[in-house]
Design a protein around this ligand. Structure first.
Ligand code: GLU
Length: 450
């Protein structure tokens, strides 16, 4: 074939492959790679194949196939308005077929045009913050995302979708949740973060369905209650199969696998909802616990502005275990950190006892930590196990830690959401101890014994 069929047309194609010819049918998308034909298959996957090894069998344009225009589609007054705030990540990436590397290179408008279904769900415009991989994201970028959400709602958007790399997606989304809801109010509209594990030009990409789920939630989801960590959500594949995406509370989810399409799993909670996507039919089903809790809790007032994070906060983190040495804590205290975070073992423990009288560094560690606390440096424990609460009431070790003034008893969010909560407290000059004994917007999902 010399030229790809018209973008938006539905065609049946014969593809020459190393294992013989194969027939596929789908809608032609703008090519993801030069000299390739890109087709959206009925199962939601995109497929790219070299143009020279592709042949048209039949044009099967039906009423159901919507031509894709590269121009902004006309405003539909019957649809909600959604803004995509674009930060980058795999969802906005292509494979460089020369080097094999994945590079961030999609513009937000290209992303929208690659998923023609979006035009039927909402009027969409886009705001680009950058094309960053999310390991490069810093608190300054959280503030840029917060600025952009504020502006979107000011300009009348019903919802906002933030496209983001998956590595730190649960951290940025938690930051936006604390920014809008930490002070007793809620965001004026729905905010959904979305990423993808495989770039859009790969046959196994999860980008299109994740984006459809996020836009559907932002456009048609229930009005956030504000008390159920439901203002800011994360939309990602529910299983490694296509067809369903989970809508997670930002503070109750984490990337728990480096490569699976269902890498994002809930932490100490369940998803708020599921968006099912089945060949043109898209439905939201609220989970039972979310639906029943919504009925019992009065909705919060919507805020018009959100908090910004301090960008010069110094939080030093340590992994509890056999390698943690007191000198590391002393060095941090001397360098005037704002807070220390210990990734505790089990229920939230650090090596501060010397039962065999042969590990003096444990007692030194205890004095180093006590010294930090006495100098008013907050010391917070989060949970290396990820799942299960930090509970310092079960073992005598935990009780000693509580008596020393170590904070964190009762945390049930992801560890990173707890660190964002600490950063939020330091940014707003709130009392860190008070913040860690408060459930600010339903992020702590169950209360444990005190
Ligand atoms: N490490 C990159 C990021 O977090 C790619 C991973 C992804 O987006 O899935 O942006």
């Amino acid at each position: 074939m010399a030229e790809a069929p018209e973008v938006g047309s539905r065609v049946k194609l014969r593809l020459e492959t190393l294992s013989g010819d194969t027939i596929v049918e789908g809608v032609i998308l703008p090519p993801a790679v030069e000299q390739h034909v890109t087709v959206k298959l009925p199962n939601g996957y995109n497929l790219s194949h070299p143009i020279k090894q592709t042949h048209i069998v039949e044009s099967v344009t039906t009423e159901a196939s919507t031509p894709i225009s590269q121009d902004q589609p006309p405003h539909n007054p019957n649809l909600p308005s959604i803004r995509i705030i674009h930060t980058g990540g795999t969802i906005a990436s292509k494979v460089d077929y020369v080097t094999g590397a994945v590079t961030a290179q999609f513009e937000p408008s290209e992303l929208i045009h690659h998923v023609p279904e979006l035009q039927k769900i909402a009027n969409i415009d886009a705001h680009k913050i950058g094309n960053m991989f999310s390991e490069d994201i810093r608190p300054i970028h959280w503030n840029q995302i917060i600025d952009a959400t504020e502006k979107a709602f000011e300009q009348g958007c019903d919802g906002v979708v933030v496209t983001h790399g998956t590595d730190t997606l649960h951290i940025s989304s938690s930051a936006v949740a604390y920014a809008w809801c930490g002070d007793g109010q809620k965001a004026p509209g729905r905010i959904a973060f979305v990423g993808s594990q495989r770039s859009s030009d790969r046959a196994s990409s999860d980008a299109a369905q994740n984006l459809i789920a996020a836009v559907t939630w932002a456009a048609q989801g229930p009005t956030p209650n504000g008390n159920l960590s439901d203002c800011v959500v994360v939309a990602m594949h529910r299983t490694s199969d296509d067809g369903a995406c989970s809508i997670h509370a930002a503070t109750g989810v984490r990337k728990l696998h480096s490569s699976r399409r269902d890498a994002f799993r809930p932490v100490n909670t369940q998803p708020l909802a599921t968006v099912t996507i089945d060949e043109g039919s898209i439905n939201i089903t609220l989970s039972e616990h979310y639906e029943s809790n919504r009925k019992n809790l009065t909705e919060r007032e919507a805020a018009t502005t959100a908090t910004r994070f301090k960008t010069d906060v110094s939080i030093r983190q340590f992994m509890s275990g056999p390698w943690l040495l007191p000198a590391e804590i002393d060095e941090a205290v001397e360098s005037m950190v704002d807070a220390l975070v210990l990734h505790g073992t089990g229920l939230g423990h650090v090596p501060i006892e010397n039962p065999n009288e042969d590990a003096p560094q444990n007692l030194e560690l205890r004095s180093s930590l006590q010294n930090a606390i006495d100098k008013n440096i907050p010391v917070l424990i989060v949970n290396q196990c990820i799942h299960g609460p930090v509970d310092m009431n079960v073992y005598s070790k935990g009780r000693i830690q509580k008596e020393m003034g170590i904070l964190g008893h009762g945390i049930t969010t992801s560890p990173e959401a707890a660190i964002v909560k600490l950063h939020y407290a330091l940014s707003t000059n709130k009392n860190v101890e008070e913040i860690f004994t408060s459930n600010l917007f339903g992020e702590e999902v169950y209360q444990i014994r005190d």
